[in-house]
Design a binder for this molecule. Structure first.
Ligand SMILES: Nc1ncnc2c1ncn2[C@@H]1O[C@H](COP(=O)(O)OP(=O)(O)O)[C@@H](O)[C@H]1O
Ligand SMILES: [Mg+2]
Length: 265
């Protein structure tokens, strides 16, 4: 069993919280991979450098000059800050990117426009397995290598989903998305306890789930359909929150939703 934890940029920026989160996942005894985003920081640093971030349906295009910023911010700053948080938490961690041994190879999504954003086209689990064999926590920035051998930017939700699917072919895997909301919220602002895959598109169409959360529940739906055992979306505020997400007493579970399936809480 492996647990994959994806943290969004907003929560990942709170280093004290990240120390607690990393300590908790290490204490759980289940080998983990921490995957992080950081898009908001990329947009901010780009802006300061005079680069305007361009999006296509919520997805960053990543012009070549912005790709350098993505590398600098995600692989440089955000990843290193998380590895330092792990060090302070007493957890042996190694920071890596999707370029390390081709962990994430990507196919360009907007080749005609020169954008460097890619979808995961293949995964090499060897670096993760090597680190787990030695008891290290891999902390992964989701920049990778394109099929042309150059840098690519991969959405962190998609990268975590693809990683979970690759692991699921070999062993049990749990996937947790830690965002800045306590789960997927309904039109009253209440956490939806569980969502069957067949309702995901309707929630997006109705406008209840938008923006980053729409992308996230689509990633969840793909992962569930591909056999990832347990998927939950929630937030992290204190020690025990990952446990609560994993056991289903907090957050939103996305589940297969066939006739015999039932959501947890
Ligand atoms: N129904 C919803 N429930 C929760 N969040 C939603 C919903 N619809 C839109 N959102 C937005 O999605 C955001 C989470 O996505 P995102 O910003 O991409 O987070 P992350 O950095 O974790 O990927 C929330 O902060 C919220 O603004
Ligand atoms: Mg997001």
């Amino acid at each position: 069993m492996i647990q994959i934890i994806k943290t969004g940029g907003t929560v990942a920026g709170d280093v004290k919280l990240m120390e607690l989160l990393i300590r908790e996942i290490a204490d759980s005894g289940v080998p983990a991979v921490l995957v992080h985003g950081g898009g908001k920081a990329v947009t901010e640093i780009s802006r300061r450098l005079g680069i305007t971030s361009v999006f296509r349906e919520g997805v960053r295009l990543t012009a070549p000059e912005e790709m350098a910023v993505v590398d600098m911010v995600l692989a440089g700053l955000t990843n290193t800050e998380l590895v330092r948080a792990a060090y302070r938490a007493g957890v042996p961690a190694v920071g890596l990117t999707g370029a390390d041994s081709g962990l994430f190879t990507g196919a360009l999504m907007f080749p005609g426009e020169g954008g460097r954003t890619a979808r995961v086209s293949s995964i090499n689990l060897a670096p993760i397995a090597a680190l787990h064999a030695r008891g290290f926590l891999p902390i992964v920035a989701t920049v990778g290598v394109g099929e042309d051998g150059e840098a690519v930017n991969i959405n962190a939700d998609e990268a975590a989903q693809a990683l979970a699917q690759a692991v699921a072919r070999e062993q049990q895997v749990e996937l947790s998305f830690i965002a800045d909301t306590p789960g997927v919220l309904d039109d009253q602002g209440q956490v939806i306890g569980s969502i069957p895959v067949r309702e995901v598109e309707a929630l997006i169409r109705s406008g209840v789930v938008r923006d980053g959360m729409a992308a996230k529940i689509r990633s969840c739906a793909s992962a569930v359909t591909a056999g990832v055992g347990r998927i939950v979306i929630g937030t992290y505020r204190e020690t025990g929150d990952v446990g609560r997400l994993r056991e289903g007493t907090a957050g939103t579970v996305v589940f297969p939703g066939g006739d015999n399936d039932q959501g947890t809480h």
